[in-house]
Design a protein around this ligand. Structure first.
Ligand code: SF4
Ligand code: SF4
Length: 424
């Protein structure tokens, strides 16, 4: 794959110990798509809890990064003290994610930079005031923020500045222009986040904010193309993998699914699995059609209703399982598509978990074949390791599209969607 080096360098970053510490249950913007707006109660997290969180997750011998955030961390009066504490604890990198509102004073910026803040992620969702202010529902937000983006660059050039953008129906067609606009200010690191259908976003703004990936693929691909600029760093979050045809190095690490379901929503998903899907997550329903976790939740329902693969002669078959990192895929199957295909042929057995366009047997394991317990952890690990299979947008032209169970995401991350061959 052309972007192999990008993929391998990102792999190193995902091996960092990343610690997210929440210090404030409040925010001074009112973004239309706020994931957490229903949970904000204007309470500051207690100091002893914050200190405990910062120290508890630090791992000696790792590269440690703490992200002091959630919701708007900078409005907590002890923000700079927590930064200082993390630096004194030897965190390699102290970062925050912010809406900029507090950063519009030189004194504030100096205080937090002096305390040890090294990286700031600013949220911008448009490249002019009309629509940015509309999306964050805060007058003057854009003008204030852009002024301080320039000032941080001018007065604190040692601070790494990056930008996150929530992609939605209002801004998707302008996404490449938004990134190009901020490149003029020498911002070369972006976190591009797909809108997700939770809380009031979906209830109130379903028609206004949600968009169809295949109808907008042209704009997304023009944005991904910018990731090829040599000094550019682009991360993506919660997009369906098929949005990245030709740019597969941008597909999010599948292990991220673990933190999506096994942290705050743990009890809800645990109940879903333990009850054999009889008690569904409270977001289940209309929202599933635009949810990045659709395959995770719905595969469980489908798998639990599927019979086990019986009567498989293990002497005659081989299960093609994932490898944890693309570099491990390369180690096992080598790094060219032809090598991978030749390796599959060399097994000279019935292959399991490989689509029809790559091997004739076309047999897939289901969760019932591999499960050990009815627990969230068991399903999540097995989903990530085995059942997290994806297809190309072009698969809809294949005559096997409806029955196919595709291929594990790490093979697509390693070799690209072009390993799949449409069967007419
Ligand atoms: S797919 Fe799962 S997480 Fe997403 S809305 Fe449906 S039930 Fe909720
Ligand atoms: S092209 Fe797509 S739908 Fe057709 S067999 Fe391959 S993976 Fe399946």
């Amino acid at each position: 794959m052309e972007n192999k080096q990008n993929l391998l360098s990102k792999e190193k970053t995902t091996k960092q110990n990343r610690v997210w510490v929440r210090i404030t249950a409040a925010c001074n913007n009112k973004c239309l798509f706020c994931l957490d707006s229903d949970a904000q109660n204007w309470v500051l997290v207690k100091e002893d809890i914050v200190i405990q969180e910062i120290s508890k997750w630090f791992k000696a011998w790792f590269e440690n990064r703490v992200i002091i955030s959630w919701w708007e961390a900078s409005i907590n009066p002890k923000f700079s003290e927590y930064i200082k504490y993390a630096r004194e604890l030897w965190y390699d990198r102290v970062q925050t994610v912010t809406n900029w509102n507090m950063f519009h004073s030189f004194d504030f910026c100096k205080k937090v930079v002096d305390a040890g803040l090294q990286e700031i992620t600013f949220s911008f969702h448009w490249h002019n005031s009309t629509l940015h202010d509309y999306l964050v529902a805060t007058p003057w937000a854009f003008n204030r923020s852009i002024k301080w983006l320039l000032n941080i660059k001018k007065y604190f050039p040692e601070v790494i500045v990056n930008i996150d953008i929530v992609v939605n129906k209002v801004n998707v067609a302008y996404l490449p222009d938004i990134v190009k606009f901020f490149m003029k200010f020498w911002v070369y690191e972006y976190d591009i986040l797909q809108i997700i259908p939770f809380w009031r976003w979906f209830k109130e703004y379903k028609r206004k904010l949600f968009y169809n990936i295949s109808e907008n693929i042209e704009y997304l691909q023009k944005t991904w193309e910018l990731s090829q600029i040599p000094w550019m760093y682009m991360w993506t979050n919660r997009f369906p993998a098929e949005a990245f045809e030709w740019y597969e190095d941008l597909i999010q690490d599948p292990r991220k699914m673990k933190s999506e379901v096994m942290w705050e929503a743990y009890l809800m998903f645990e109940e879903f699995i333990k009850s054999n899907w009889k008690i569904k997550p409270n977001c289940y329903g209309d929202a599933c059609s635009v949810c990045f976790q659709k395959d995770y939740c719905h595969s469980y329902i489908e798998n639990i209703n599927t019979k086990k693969l019986d009567n498989i002669d293990t002497n005659d078959t081989i299960i093609i399982s994932w490898e944890e990192f693309p570099s491990q895929v390369y180690e096992k199957y080598w790094d060219k598509i032809e090598d991978f295909k030749n390796k599959l042929k060399s097994f000279n057995k019935k292959l399991i978990n490989i689509p029809k366009c790559l091997w004739w047997t076309w047999i897939y394991q289901t969760y019932n074949d591999i499960k050990q317990q009815d627990s969230l952890a068991d399903y999540t690990y097995k989903y990530i390791n085995n059942l997290y299979r994806i297809k190309s947008l072009n698969c809809k032209k294949c005559k096997y599209d409806k029955e196919c169970k595709w291929i594990h995401i790490n093979f697509i991350r390693s070799y690209g969607f072009k390993i799949l061959e449409i069967i007419k």
